[in-house]
Design a protein around this ligand. Sequence first.
Ligand code: HEM
Length: 325
Amino acid sequence: MTKQADYDAVKKDIIAVLKQPEYDDGSAGPVLVRLAWHASGTYCAETDTGGSNGAGMRYEAEGGDPANAGLQHARVFLEPIKEKHSWITYADLWTLAGAVAIEAMGGPQIQWKPGRTDFADDSRLPPRGRLPDGAQGADHIRFIFYRMGFNDQEIVALSGAHNLGRCHSDRSGFEGPWVNSPTRFSNQYYKLLLKLKWSPKKWDGPFQYVAKAPGADDDDEHLMMLPTDYALIQDDKFRPWVEKYADDRDLFFNDFAKVFAKLMELGVYRDESGIAKADKMKAYNAEYKSAPQKSSKPGAPGAGKDGEADPLARQNAKAQRQARL
Ligand code: HEM
């Protein structure tokens, strides 16, 4: 076990688990970014509930939200780190891993502050259904992100995270990567949104757009866009930001760094000692309460759809063998 608050040691170990030659496109980075975003993206400004404090995805009520399908992989990749640095809270580890992964994949440096605590039970978790649905359009996107306190420019900047990773038909139902190099952070997503000829994918799955990647052969994997991605160029207020970010990589990197840092801070209220309080209204000194390590083994076969039932249990076991530090 390392000494308490040695976040640099944790960062080093996060970087060490990013390379996963047999997982997806060879990196755990994209799914770690998604974990940090889904941990934070449940925030509601009006009721001041949700957000990354508490690490609610450890509980069925949040972890079992169908919107979080597949994030078991991200959490399992991080278990060896929690085992080694057991003082860190899951809430800090998950958000830090997202920030570290973005930078390690060539993105901007993201400001990250520690202090999140792990809830001791599931009584403060947000209701399910607060995360966006990729099958919908601009109204839905605004409904979800305005609830968190973001504006149109911030929505477009955040969406640039789809430069990373891919959709998996056994997780969200959608399929494919957005860009050619899904483990390299860039502004390619915006360029491709504007430049390629997107058409509806012909398949049995949910409606999504596909296009041939520049220079690709007919049988190469197609690139994809969700209806929510495509809405960014259909909407008059979103589109100018897509154009700006396609033209100006530095502007995008700066804006993305700011907005991702803001995302991770939603609903996190620290006391004078820097420790987040579970309830900002109550006057008490918060404690840095780190939950005990979850089992580093995937759940029993047949444990249920979010309990890492087969085949996720098998995939997770494989990922874990590779994630040894
Ligand atoms: C309208 C808003 C959004 C919608 C509807 C949406 C939807 C999705 C869907 C359906 C997937 C595929 C999941 C899978 O099948 O594995 C995905 C992946 C991803 N999303 Fe989003 N997303 C949104 C916004 C964001 C934001 C704000 C971020 C981060 C700032 C983000 C980061 C990612 C990343 C990195 C992946 C790739 C994960 C992987 O490769 O496993 N998304 N998103």
